[in-house]
Design a protein around this ligand. Structure first.
Ligand SMILES: Nc1ncnc2c1ncn2[C@@H]1O[C@H](COP(=O)(O)OP(=O)(O)OP(=O)(O)O)[C@@H](O)[C@H]1O
Length: 182
């Protein structure tokens, strides 16, 4: 089983990457869904703040690889040869996945701050941004989980500073190659 994980700063295009994978029939395990489910279980409002609080609590309880650890059995249950994991936020999670899955590859998606801010301002999800200071805070929070270090461990980098179609083409090409080699 080939397990691919995607890292990138908020709004870099991880969700878009997953959409392309889904279109190709590749199963996607979304790590953020684990946190979102927990926010809802605890009766908290579905905001960026609640997501941050819950993610931090899980990590305090179970360590920095907590969310990856919870996702491993879900990934193992998949029947396809290539599986995508969306939402790796730290280097400890990268270690967890590379130990659990011998054929693990990490992809970093890269886009500048201003581009990410513009895209997130338009996205319209319940935890999306109202102003630039919120993106600065979110970037800092993500980096405190080891996102910068995780991005440094990636074996593949995909730039997402062009059009959506350019990005989708690059992702499609990469995933098709992975699947053909699987
Ligand atoms: N190349 C692009 N051109 C225009 N819009 C884009 C491009 N790439 C992504 N987007 C849009 O920008 C928004 C942010 O992208 P996406 O949701 O994929 O980011 P993300 O990395 O998953 O963000 P987060 O970490 O906050 O979940 C989405 O609405 C997405 O459709």
């Amino acid at each position: 089983m080939k397990v691919i994980a995607v890292v990138g700063m908020p709004g870099s295009g991880k969700g878009e990457f997953s959409t392309v994978a889904q279109e190709l029939g590749i199963p996607v395990v979304v790590m953020g869904d684990v946190i979102r489910a927990e926010v809802s279980n605890q009766g908290l409002p579905p905001t960026d703040e609640s997501m941050g609080i819950v993610a931090r609590k899980l990590r305090e309880q179970y360590g920095m690889a907590a969310i990856a650890h919870v996702c491993v059995p879900t990934i193992q249950r998949q029947r396809e040869k290539v599986i995508l994991v969306d939402g790796v936020r730290g280097d400890a999670e990268v270690t967890e996945f590379s130990q659990a899955f011998p054929e693990f590859s990490l992809i970093s998606i890269e886009a500048p701050f201003e581009t990410r801010f513009a895209r997130l301002s338009e996205r319209g999800r319940s935890d999306d941004l109202m102003n630039i200071s919120e993106l600065i805070a979110r970037d800092e929070r993500e980096c405190s989980f080891g996102l910068g270090k995780a991005m440094g461990l990636a074996s593949v980098r995909i730039d997402n500073n062009g059009t959506r179609e350019e990005f989708r083409d690059k992702v499609r090409e990469y995933l098709t190659r992975m699947r053909e080699g699987a």
